[in-house]
Design a protein around this ligand. Structure first.
Ligand code: DGN
Length: 271
């Protein structure tokens, strides 16, 4: 069965790359809502409506399972969507926080043991303003490890610089945000790049953070987590490694801009 990968724009391509590498015979359909990107400054209700529209579009492509490869959509829309909208007997929708939080706390969902301190002391979270405002990351993390300090940094301007293809400017913006974070938390034990765009400037984050800080990058964690999920839910797995790319924006423009993420232009189709 095909798996849908939804993002507000192109950032989810960092996740898709890791997914296709880890699951080479799985079919995927990517949908970028480029006509409405970026989501980082939008109101929660608008992000919720746009996310549902994107997920419905992927269901119409026969995707049984959709990954919200966008932290902003996962943070703002996933919970309500799962509780109030989704029919889990028909489809599943997964977000991108849980694999990171599982990695940080190294505990599995569903084991029914009470939240305990796992040795994790503090986490710096770099994410979009909407993700930070939602409070979803600390909420999920504290469910598993309640004593952990989360220091969020809303990285204003970073998605915009990456989407514009200006990676030098993006690296500068990333360094400024690390400096602002370190002024509040000088020696974070862990740092999470909680936006699918940020792996493109991971080197700038790494260089600006103290060497003792462990930097957590999402795409590989999401891919490993999906691999495990498919073992437990084999009805969603399968295919021949076919990947299609849909966009709500202009396919030619979006396909050209995608080269920043993939190293080559991508053949997008109109959604
Ligand atoms: N890449 C999205 C995320 O992971 O949050 C953010 C992009 C955006 O729409 N601001």
């Amino acid at each position: 069965m095909k798996i849908g990968v939804f993002d507000s724009g192109l950032g989810g391509l960092t996740v898709l790359t890791a997914l296709t590498r880890a699951l080479p015979s799985q079919d995927f359909v990517y949908l970028g809502d480029n006509a409405n990107a970026p989501y980082g400054w939008k109101a929660p209700t608008e992000i919720y409506e746009l996310t549902i529209a994107g997920v419905e579009r992927l269901f119409r492509e026969d995707c049984g399972l959709v990954i919200l490869a966008c932290n902003t959509a996962s943070a703002v829309a996933l919970h309500d969507l799962q509780v109030n909208w989704l029919n889990p007997a028909a489809h599943r929708v997964l977000g991108v926080f849980v694999p990171v939080i599982e990695h940080l706390t190294r505990r599995d969902w569903g084991d029914n043991t009470p939240p305990t301190h796992t040795g994790l002391r503090d986490v710096a979270l770099f994410a979009t303003p909407a993700t930070v405002r939602s409070g979803a990351f600390p909420r999920e993390l504290h469910f598993r490890a309640r004593d952990v300090t989360v220091a969020p940094q809303a990285c204003t301007g970073l998605v915009e610089a990456i989407e514009a293809g200006d990676l030098d400017r993006a690296a500068e913006v990333a360094r400024d945000h690390v400096a602002a974070l370190l002024a509040r938390l000088p020696a974070p034990q862990s740092a999470v790049l909680g936006c699918t765009h940020y792996p493109l400037v991971e080197a700038a984050f790494r260089a600006a953070l103290p060497s003792a800080t462990t930097l957590v990058s999402q795409p590989e964690l999401i891919a490993a987590s999906l691999g495990d999920y498919l073992k437990r839910h084999p009805r969603f797995a399968g295919g021949t490694g076919a990947v299609r790319y849909l966009t709500t924006g202009d396919p030619a423009i979006v396909g050209t801009r995608a080269a920043v993420f993939t190293g080559a232009p991508v053949a997008f189709e109109a959604a």
